[in-house]
Design a protein around this ligand. Structure first.
Ligand code: 1GP
Length: 240
């Protein structure tokens, strides 16, 4: 197992490049949608694909990864809401610890359950400190995880949480307002986290414009994630 996705992120961030990740929810990604979303002109703008969701109803992560792989060769990284979303056909997995929450299942319980399966899968593991930030309204992820997001006017709390994640050895910090969040994470909060850690920062949730992406990058995000918007408007990528 080679750490190719981690090396790719590290190389890009060290060079000062800003990355764009697209989140694909297997519940909403049939092959036709994926072909539209991942047409060559769009792929040229996407650095990483995240695949997963807080809860899946009809979607099948394995099939979604296969469909993606049949269309393009952008690194495919699992972003699993639960261990049943693990499939060895992806390139890597964000092994998330929900460090803004105090739910032991999402800090260690699920990791123990899936440890052997993960080892056998040979997936590249990206140890990720996952921080939920209040995005102005309850989100599926806060409800399903049973955790309270950090208030968006408490940048210091977010920074302390991210720093603790870095000290615990996380190789990525993901600040998320949750998919479809009403408000994206404020720039001041991203800046506060950036000022405390060197670890690459992923920012997502509620970003719906090119300007929103730019603001997050300018505030210190290394990777910005767009999901919801592209489910209905894949052509948004043409504007970037
Ligand atoms: C959610 O950060 C991602 O976990 C993306 O959010 O779907 O709101 O773009 P959106």
């Amino acid at each position: 197992m080679q750490n190719t996705v981690e090396a790719y992120i590290s190389q890009k961030t060290t060079a000062g490049d800003r990355l764009l990740a697209v989140l694909i929810d297997p519940d909403k990604a049939d092959l036709n949608h994926l072909k539209k979303l991942l047409q060559p002109s769009h792929c040229a703008k996407i650095d990483l694909l995240f695949v997963g969701g807080s809860v899946l109803t009809s979607g099948n992560t394995q099939q979604t990864v296969r469909d993606i792989k049949s269309i393009c060769d952008i690194p495919c990284v699992l972003f699993p809401g639960s261990p049943d979303q693990i499939t060895p056909e992806a390139d890597a997995i964000l092994l998330l610890s929900l460090i803004s929450g105090r739910n032991p299942e999402l800090l260690i319980g699920k990791h123990v359950e899936s440890a052997l399966r993960l080892k056998q899968s040979q997936l590249e593991i990206l140890s990720t400190g996952y921080i939920l930030i209040d995005g102005g309204a309850p989100t599926t992820v806060s409800y399903i995880s049973g955790t309270t997001p950090i208030p968006d006017n408490k940048p210091g709390l977010a920074a302390m949480t991210a720093l603790a994640g870095e000290q615990l050895g996380k190789s990525l910090i993901y600040m998320d307002a949750g998919s479809g969040a009403k408000n994206p994470i404020p720039a001041e909060m991203i800046q506060a986290v950036r000022s405390q850690i060197d670890t690459p920062i992923i920012v997502g949730g509620g970003i719906r414009s090119a300007q929103g992406i730019q603001h997050a990058w300018d505030a210190g995000a290394n990777i910005v994630v767009i999901g919801n918007l592209l489910e209905t408007q894949p052509e948004f990528l043409d504007q970037l």
